[in-house]
Design a protein around this ligand. Structure first.
Ligand code: NAP
Length: 275
């Protein structure tokens, strides 16, 4: 932890909160400066027992302790949860508000919590649950560089972070990184099926697909080469990989990805209108 720890409260103790808090404590964040609230007891007991953080069933109580409030409930509960906080916590404008809920725009939180809040929206993705997340972040213009550095460090505990310019870019990041694990699983499952179709048993097929995906991702991360050049490096002219790649290109894989990402962006924008 290089940034000064602050008192931070998580509203909602679900999967994402458990991973983020776990990552923060593992990176040296003092657990006595972390509060978590949740209606049901089991998740709180686990967090208190394993990570020694403060817990409560009362959202307002944990929020009152905090300089930073992380809203981590399902989007459909957000309006009610925020309305209760607004009623019960006097100085919300003095606190940094962070939300990880998908789809709800900062403007909407101003309706929920007051026009003068300062706010960061984070879009984590599911691999955050295993410490390999890709979180997109966007801030309103009241958020300071110190606030940004602090939140970056908190989310670096569950993977990588990427600041984007505005909420439209966050929708695009959501369509690539948020939905991306599903695209990769779909592709991995189809490779598995192809191997099974040729006689492999499912477990062996899965083992080779997932290890290959991991290896390719690690190579991409370690390399300065463009992704297309990495692909060419493992594609000898006239070889078997070249024959396989020809099949993907025949179906215009670039168009498939372009269509998929555009459709997901459009859906993100439609869903934002529901709130
Ligand atoms: N999981 C992901 O990969 C992912 C990715 C990107 C964004 N997100 C966003 O992150 C947020 C949390 O997701 P999650 O996966 O952690 O969901 P989750 O596991 O369902 O956790 C939500 C938690 O909120 C609690 N809760 C319900 N009502 C509450 C209230 N009134 N006050 C305080 N807490 C309340 C629930 O408690 P009970 O179980 O006791 O009802 C539950 O523990 C969502 O907004 C989601 O859109 C998640």
């Amino acid at each position: 932890m290089t940034n000064q720890p602050r008192n931070i409260a998580f509203i909602g103790a679900g999967n994402m909160t458990q991973s983020i808090v776990g990552g923060m404590v593992a990176s040296g964040y003092p657990s006595n400066q972390i509060w978590v609230s949740n209606p049901s007891p089991a998740k709180l007991e686990k967090l208190a027992h394993e990570l020694n953080v403060h817990t409560s069933h009362d959202n307002a109580e944990v929020a009152k302790h905090a300089d930073v409030i992380v809203l981590a409930v399902k989007p459909q509960l957000m309006a009610d949860v925020c309305a209760a906080l607004r009623n019960e916590v006097a100085d919300l404008a003095d606190k940094l508000i962070v939300t990880i809920a998908a789809g709800i725009r900062i403007e909407k939180y101003r309706d929920y919590l007051g026009a003068n809040i300062r706010m960061i929206r984070v879009m984590p993705n599911t691999p955050s649950l295993v410490g390999k997340g890709m979180s997109g972040l966007v801030a309103d213009d009241r958020v300071s560089d110190d606030d940004k550095a602090y939140i970056t460090e908190a989310f670096d505990g569950v993977g990588a972070t990427l600041w984007v310019a505005d909420e439209d870019e966050l929708d695009i990041l959501g369509a690539v990184a948020g939905s991306g694990p599903a695209y990769f699983f779909e592709f991995m499952a189809s490779l598995q099926k192809a191997a099974v179709g040729l006689g492999f048993d499912r477990e062996k097929a899965r083992a080779m697909v997932q290890q290959t995906a991991l290896g390719a991702a690690e190579m991409a991360i370690a390399s300065d080469l463009e992704l297309e050049d990495l692909r060419k490096q493992v594609t000898s002219k006239g070889g078997s990989t070249a024959k396989g790649i020809e099949q993907y290109q025949a179906y215009d894989i670039d168009k498939i990805s372009d269509d998929a990402v555009k459709a997901a962006v459009q859906r993100n924008q439609e869903m934002a209108k529901l709130f």
